[in-house]
Design a protein around this ligand. Structure first.
Ligand SMILES: *Cc1c(COP(=O)(O)O)cnc(C)c1O
Length: 307
């Protein structure tokens, strides 16, 4: 294991009268506590890729992301911990001369070389896995946007085995950005249990295709035990409407757990919204995967506690 982590992460039961009235049991899979600088699903997705990089003798990782990409930041931290160089291709040429946001500042502080490219060019680069720029970087391992590839899916597929006996009443729920995490969780479930992804961006149809493509890449087949909810993205990627902010802050206060807003809060709000409906009928047990850390000082990678 190239980056030692705190596994298995804890399962925290949530007692809440709203869910109790709907007949739904909720527990949180605390992957936010997995690793201080490469949290949650990013560790699960990166680890098999890092093993591959080291086995192949790579000294440099290249990957892609938006300005607030947690994947870029996690890749930079992981590369640094392993003594690998890293390059991050960032969407948005105009960001090059602006003060760095906390995500990009953290990636740069971990030694990541940032390359800012215009949106159109970025889309082409992502599709071609950076080939047009490859001569700039020399020999390197290229990870796709969001880090979702076959190895990443197999990494995430280990998660359900940490949840104890799952059966027909179980739904494992996670936020969906690129779909790698959902694809892995679905693939790792025992028969009867289901996975529910909550899209954090407008991606109806497209995201389903991505998950199915990842399943084919990782397992040579598709799975029928998952679906994606498209009703809780809050208007798009990175958008946090006031009602979502209020919901996440209220949950944090009641249960003493900080909720990351761009992904985890949307998935959590979906669980509350769907509890008691046909999607999560009475008698359901939901395990929500807390895929990452809230922004802010607690996300800096120091002094994280399990309290
Ligand atoms: C990156 C990220 C996701 C999205 O994971 P995908 O595998 O890209 O769908 C979900 N939650 C958090 C906190 C993340 O940082």
């Amino acid at each position: 294991m190239p980056l030692p982590a705190d596994l298995p992460t804890p399962l925290t039961p949530i007692r809440d009268p709203v869910l109790a009235r709907a007949g739904v049991e909720l527990r949180l899979k605390r992957d936010d506590l997995l690793h201080p600088t490469v949290p949650g699903n990013k560790w699960r997705k990166l680890t098999p890729n890092l093993e591959h990089a080291l086995a192949e003798g790579h000294t440099r990782l290249v990957t892609f992301g938006g300005a607030y990409s947690t994947h870029l930041r996690a890749t930079a931290a992981a590369a640094r911990a392993l003594g690998l160089a890293s390059v991050g291709v960032v969407r948005g040429e105009e960001l090059a001369d602006r003060p760095r946001n906390p995500s990009l500042a953290a990636a740069e502080a971990d030694g990541m070389q940032l390359e800012f490219v215009a949106r159109g060019a970025y889309r082409e680069l992502v599709r071609d896995l950076g080939r047009p720029l490859a001569q700039r970087w020399g020999r390197c391992l290229v990870l796709p946007e969001g880090g979702s590839n076959a190895l990443a899916v197999r990494g995430t597929a280990a998660l359900p085995a940490e949840l104890g006996g799952l059966d027909g009443r179980d739904t494992v729920c996670c936020a969906v950005g690129t779909g790698g995490t959902l694809a892995g969780i679905a693939a790792g479930l025992p028969p009867g249990a289901r996975a529910l992804g909550v899209a954090v961006l407008r991606g109806e149809g497209y995201l389903e295709e991505e998950v199915a493509a990842l399943h084919r890449a990782a397992y040579g087949r598709t799975f029928a035990n998952w679906r994606i909810d498209h009703g809780h993205h809050g208007g798009g990627y990175g958008k946090v409407p006031a009602a979502l902010e209020e919901f996440a802050a209220g949950f944090g206060e009641r249960h003493g757990i900080g909720v990351e807003r761009r992904y985890v809060a949307k998935a959590l709000q979906a669980v509350y919204g769907l509890a008691g409906t046909a999607a999560l009928p009475p008698g359901s047990r939901v395990t929500l995967v807390v895929t990452g850390l809230p922004d802010g000082p607690t996300a800096a990678g120091t002094g994280l506690s399990r309290s």
